[in-house]
Write a protein that binds this ligand. Structure first.
Ligand SMILES: *Cc1c(COP(=O)(O)O)cnc(C)c1O
Length: 480
């Protein structure tokens, strides 16, 4: 394929605009203007369309391939929700206030309020802020709320407890807010070791951060006890709800004692993600933390919605406007489309699908924590490693067979982990084909382990130096 820069011909244009009939206005201070042209390829509209369409066809996406990426809930994004987002694209968030002082954008505020109310109901929280722009941003916001709570009470707190099976963003977020991390090991039954947790608890612990189901795909039967112990030290309980896919309508984190939760709308609530695209990580809190929520807060009164913009206790703004608004329109449309019964069925089907794959592949791959799983299951390639075939090699095999690989090498506590999350949107037929390919990979590891070194063989690039790719990134527009 010819690169787009190689197709450039001086003077060729995709679009020719008519001469302007209004005086040119400079939007910037003149010294900020470019001195020389940007050196972009000069190509026709058709060249440009072909370039980007061909690039997009080299990609894996849920719309093109099965994408069982554990911990990331790559479910099908219902296209009807896009229509919802398109309805809202004309409203500027800086519209002037109405004569009574209320914000103009009453419809948008009603939508945000409706979404926040639904999420509060699903999670068992008192109030939800939609501002955070991603899951990790939600975590940081949540921990800032916890810090504000302790500060207001005069509590001296230093530590945040996280289990070693936690998502890597949990300790990172707590550390960014200034806490030291206490890591608790995983017990043989797959959950945070309760005795080690009891021994670590003390009056200086600000919060316990849990993911439940945890990153082994297991539900912790002791969460209520853990919350009770934490509360007896006036520590708060944080629920990482990035993946709520297993528990919607089954258990509400607020009911078992959690005080703060973040959700990933771009995982559980069917909005697109990946490639660093816009996300949304709303945070829900119990009553005691409501005063600290970010501003502006949307408040409903008799005449409509108003914005609370001053409150000295608030942690302040965490994002521009109200977060990634388009994402929230899609998530709200998703919730309304499915309704209460639909969301419950999502969870039931997601758990059934993961257990089906776990049961069918158990004879072929090691399953270090062999319990009924929730929305994902975690295998280890340790049996294949004895033949020199690692989780990464299995992943490369799957790419050639037309599958986005599962998450590999995470969670860190499982050697050569292969973490599979099928989600509720895949059919049994799709899962059966995937299972067959996974079994073929296990068989190839026995019969011809050397064959993996040449894979993937069908992709534009084969094995990459992944360390170098991550460390010295080059953003490339030229089809490299
Ligand atoms: C994805 C994920 C996060 C982080 O979410 P981002 O939107 O990627 O920042 C946090 N915790 C868990 C358990 C996750 O799966």
């Amino acid at each position: 394929m010819q690169l787009i820069y190689e197709q450039s011909i001086d003077g060729r244009r995709g679009v020719r605009l008519p001469a302007s009939d209004v005086p040119a206005a400079l939007p910037l201070p003149a010294e900020l203007l470019r001195k020389e042209a940007a050196g972009l390829p000069e190509v026709s509209e058709l060249d440009t369309v072909r370039h980007f369409t061909n690039l997009s066809r080299r990609n894996f996406s849920v719309d093109t391939h099965f994408y069982p990426l554990g911990s990331c809930t790559m479910k099908y994004n219902v296209k009807a929700t896009e229509n919802g987002a398109a309805l809202f694209n004309g409203e500027h968030p800086l519209l002037p206030l109405l004569p009574g002082g209320e914000p103009h954008a009453q419809g948008s505020l009603a939508l945000l309020h409706g979404l926040a109310t639904s999420l509060a109901e699903i999670t068992g929280m008192a109030e939800v802020t939609t501002q955070p722009l991603a899951g990790a941003h939600g975590e940081m916001t949540g921990i800032m709320l916890i810090a504000a709570y302790h500060k207001a009470k005069g509590n001296k707190k230093r530590y945040v407890i996280v289990p070693d099976s936690s998502h890597g963003t949990n300790p990172a977020s707590a550390a960014m807010v200034g806490y030291e991390i206490i890591t608790i090991p995983t017990a043989p039954y797959g959950d945070m070791d309760l005795d080690a947790f009891r021994a670590a608890m003390n009056n200086e612990v600000a919060a316990v951060m849990m993911t439940c189901p945890n990153t082994l795909g297991l539900f912790n039967p002791h969460i209520k006890e853990i919350c009770d112990i934490a509360h007896s030290f006036d520590a708060l309980c944080y629920y990482d709800g990035a993946n709520l896919n297993a528990i919607m309508g089954k258990v509400r984190p607020g009911d078992v004692g959690f005080d703060v939760i973040h959700l990933n709308l771009h995982k559980t609530f069917g909005t697109p993600h990946g490639g660093g695209g816009p996300g949304s990580g709303p945070v829900g809190v119990k009553e005691a933390l409501v005063p600290f929520l970010p501003l502006p807060r949307i408040v409903k009164n008799d005449s409509g919605f108003i914005l609370e913009t001053t409150n000295p206790a608030s942690i302040g703004r965490t994002a521009n406007f109200f977060g990634n608004f388009g994402v929230m329109v899609k998530a709200y449309a998703y919730i309304l489309l499915l309704g209460r019964e639909g969301l419950i069925r999502v969870s039931e089907q997601a758990v059934l699908n993961a257990n089906y794959i776990m049961a069918r592949l158990k004879g072929h791959y090691d399953l270090p924590y062999d319990f009924t799983c929730m929305h994902e299951c975690v295998f280890s390639a340790s049996r294949q490693v004895k033949q020199g075939v690692h989780a990464l090699d299995i992943a490369k095999y799957l790419i050639d067979q037309g599958y986005h690989p599962p998450t590999v090498y995470f969670p860190l506590i499982v050697k050569d982990a292969i973490m599979i999350e099928p989600t509720e949107t895949e059919s049994k037929a799709t899962m059966d084909l995937f299972i067959q390919v996974m079994i073929q990979a296990a068989e190839l590891a026995e019969s011809d382990p050397g064959a993996f070194a040449a894979l993937p063989a069908t992709m534009p690039v084969s094995r990459l130096d992944e360390t170098r790719a991550a460390r010295s990134q080059q953003v490339c527009f030229a089809g490299c």
